[in-house]
Design a protein around this ligand. Sequence first.
Ligand code: PNW
Length: 446
Amino acid sequence: PQDATAAPGLRFPRDFGWGAATSAYQIEGAAKEDGRGESVWDTFSRTPGRTRNGDTGDVAADHYHRWAEDLDLMRDLGLRSYRFSISWPRIQADGTGQPNQRGLDFYRRLVDGLHERGIAPMVTLFHWDLPQSLEDAGGWENRDTAYRFADYADAVFQGLGDQVPVWLTVNEPKTVVQNGYLWGHHAPGRQDPEAAYLVAHHLQLAHGLAVRALRAGDSDARIGPALNLHPCYPADDTPGAAAATRLYDGYENRLYLDPILTGAYPADVLADLGEGSRLARGIADGDLEIISSPVDLLAVQYYTPIYVTADGTTTRRWSTSEADWQQIYPDGMYDVLTRVTRDYGPVPITVTENGLPCPDVLGPDGTVDDAGRVAFLRDHFAAAHRAIAEGVPLESYHVWSLLDNFEWDQGYDQRWGLVYVDYATQRRVLKRSAHWYRGVIRDNGL
Ligand code: PNW
């Protein structure tokens, strides 16, 4: 189903940042080492029934111990950029106070090791692993958590700042809002729409406060948000579907883009939530100035389009991947990149995630043939190339993910890596897609 042909001979801009991405809880393991505290994902994954097979991130891909080997893998692939996240509870076990030096040391080794191998680090401050102590104090429903995040960010800037050229604040606030607070299949497992949109505001506030914390120092690093965008298309050509799609786009995209890049929440979404909503009541004077503090780049994560019907529900139009929420639609990459440039630009853009889960198996000959992932990436790279050709200032592209890892509520059954992880032995095996990607990077194109 994924055999759309990419035009041959596509060259990317000089110094294009070919990369791969991971996140702390999904790969590190070592859940109890070196003073690490617990996060909402420890609590959630250890609660029976919350994850497939009861999987947890306790061991994951054991990257905390195998980081040097993993850095060598990245060098062998020829990566120019590596996006990873810092575990907040490794830096502050309870979410506040003096930073834990052993936690900082781990990331310092990682960052130094990247530089030694000629790979640029790109660091996400928050990829969902909120310290459980802060959750116990109200978590993201509590405005104070945004200020705790700014303190944590400041500690990380002080500890690593001189070696990190690009910081990303909050990974996919929308996924926390929707999966964590609307539908409840991610930590903290709530189903409370009123809470959800207040959480959206506090995550945005956290973003803005972290931007300000970086600017308060003398760092010349760059910083921006990491947003997963879903291009929304009407499922038919009725006016009803057009209107429903417009509002759907408000909830999926503008709710997160507008405050940061234009300094205002989208009026249609605010109206739809109602004047008395907890979001509306939670916006204090000055918040939007903080949230819209100028950013240096916008990190875009694209996985799937959404087709919206006139009654405001969604429908499937393209083939679905192993992730039930993902339809395969490479043109969506072109559409999101050109849209953000048109509506919010020009702002430098990095793609910080894009990828496909596949039913990968380690063959008897020791290879993993993920042809579907190769086709998927080729078609999405080609779509990004088209956007660049039309003037989108895209500077780098990170495949999700470097390694197979803990895919949240789906546990280890869903494999997203370029590199296969045999969890019984923790052996890493380059999949066909990894070998192919090495060639793309070497040729700087398709
Ligand atoms: C991202 N959706 O989450 C996360 O940043 C990663 O940690 C995760 O492993 C990866 O994508 C693959 O799932 C998403 O519903 C979760 O469109 C849900 C969606 C998109 C991304």
